[in-house]
Design a protein around this ligand. Structure first.
Ligand SMILES: NC(=O)c1ccc[n+]([C@@H]2O[C@H](COP(=O)([O-])OP(=O)(O)OC[C@H]3O[C@@H](n4cnc5c(N)ncnc54)[C@H](O)[C@@H]3O)[C@@H](O)[C@H]2O)c1
Length: 431
């Protein structure tokens, strides 16, 4: 079935509007049904092993194959599977291309891609072209070319592709989305979001050489990890549903954090202290939507700060405002005049249907339940044969922030248009 047509038909319906981005969309063919779902995992480092644990909590999820360039990690993962399912996964550890051998198996329905970000798009495309559905870790892609490759692979293979954006499934984010859809904030006019997380320690291997996160700051500039911040905001604003991101402008400051950290940790004569960092410590961008809302988004992973919360969100509508920091809410006519309320007191009335349904199992499974919910949503979509709730169009629009902020910075802050990945299929009417 042609995806864009399917989506266009779907988003015009009341059911589509209610489903938004977090529930499976229109039925697109026979699903896997109740039989076991067979998964392979590419990259079983920190995140891959965590997602493996989440998958093993899903009923009927089997993991017959895992792949990593570090054999010890693949063995650890295979052992986790042996404990959970009574049979070890087969391991693929013969180098960076060995995942292609795993993809040749005809007993895998889907793969989870949890390798370094620079590899996600190529691996996801290869998986879909080998007939596998994909759950990809964030971000989906690093360049616009990769974004288009993903769109083409989904449209040409008809496979289900989902971005594993767990922040979208955090209980408070889903409550906010529910409140917005029920009109509590009126029309959304403005939002702020940020990923501000001191990750300097993760940029280096113990010997001081660059780890993949550090390499990002040498090879790229701009917002290098946009989806945790933009995902929940985009879903609350109906991006790709009732509005679309039109353009952005971006600036970055100079890089200081990594160099200072490397000199202090490894010594000023160590090669890591001589690295020429390209990405500034902070990238700040403003996005304009087609319907005239503005989103202010920031990224900073190389400045010192305590890890209390790694994300920041604020949503402003014509009737009220929600601020995640301090869990504050103000609804004109409902809150006491000129007074903040504690937002979580709205949970009873505005708990999202998904949290009512799966919340107990999700518990605090990582990122306040978001990890369980994300993997469950993927499994449910495969079983039902629906499109993924965070589909390839969401994935590439959110991930394109990385190349678009870079392009704007290089052009001295000039606006950059978002590519129309959905080829005009976004519903244009106001939310
Ligand atoms: N959603 C979240 O909250 C969240 C949290 C952490 C990380 N992530 C994402 O998950 C991904 C992995 O992050 P991580 O922290 O686990 O990193 P990691 O370095 O711990 O794990 C990556 C793994 O991929 C393996 N790998 C590298 N190249 C490979 C190849 N060609 N074939 C097979 N395996 C290969 C590495 O050996 C390593 O084990 C990243 O994209 C990151 O952005 C997401």
């Amino acid at each position: 079935m042609d995806h864009s047509v399917n989506r266009r038909e779907f988003i015009g319906t009341a059911a589509g509007m209610a489903a938004g981005m977090v529930l499976p969309e229109a039925v697109r063919g026979a699903g896997i049904g109740e039989r076991d779902i067979r998964l392979g995992i590419i990259g079983v480092g920190g995140r891959g092993q965590h997602l493996l644990g989440m998958m093993l909590r899903q009923q009927g999820a089997q993991v017959p194959a895992v792949c990593d360039i570090v054999p010890q990690r693949a063995d650890q993962a295979a052992e986790i599977v042996a404990k959970g399912r009574g049979k070890r996964s087969e391991t693929y550890t013969k180098g960076p291309e060995d995942y292609l051998r795993m993809l040749q198996r005809d007993d895998l329905d889907a793969v989870v891609v949890a390798t370094p970000m620079q590899l996600h798009a190529a691996m996801s495309v290869a998986a879909m072209r080998a007939g596998k559905h994909v759950l990809s870790e964030v971000a989906a892609a690093c360049t616009l070319e990769e974004c288009w490759d993903l769109v083409r692979a989904v449209e040409e293979t008809g496979k289900t592709y989902m971005l594993s954006e767990n922040c979208c499934y955090v209980r408070e984010c889903l409550m906010l989305k529910n409140m917005i859809e029920r009109g509590l904030f009126g029309k959304i006019t403005y939002a702020e979001c940020a990923y501000v997380h001191d990750c300097r320690v993760l940029s280096f291997n113990p010997d001081g050489s660059l780890a993949w996160r550090g390499r990002l700051h040498v090879d790229f500039i701009g917002n290098l990890y946009p989806t945790h911040s933009i995902g929940p905001i985009a879903q609350s604003m109906g991006i790709n549903r009732t509005d679309r991101f039109a353009s952005l402008v971006a600036f970055m400051n100079r890089p200081e954090g990594h160099a200072k950290y490397a000199a202090e940790r490894f010594g000023k004569d160590h090669p890591s202290s001589k690295i020429k960092w390209q990405a500034g410590d902070s990238c700040n961008a403003l996005i304009r939507t087609e319907h005239g809302a503005v989103v202010d988004i920031r990224y900073d992973t190389s400045s010192p700060r305590p890890v209390v919360s790694t994300t920041h969100y604020l949503i402003q509508g014509t009737k009220g405002v929600y601020v995640f920091d301090g869990q504050r809410i103000y609804i004109e006519g409902r809150s006491k005049a000129n007074t903040w309320e504690q937002s979580l007191r709205y949970l009873e009335e505005f708990e999202h249907p998904l949290w009512k349904q799966w919340g107990k199992e999700a518990g605090d499974s990582g990122l306040v339940g978001g990890d369980y919910m994300t993997t469950r949503a993927f499994i449910e979509a495969l079983r039902a044969g629906t499109k993924a709730p965070i589909d390839v169009y969401d994935a590439v629009v959110w991930s394109s922030l990385m190349p678009l902020t870079a392009a704007s910075i290089r052009a001295g802050g000039q606006p950059q248009a978002f590519p129309d990945f959905m080829k005009g299929a976004t519903t244009r009417k106001s939310s």
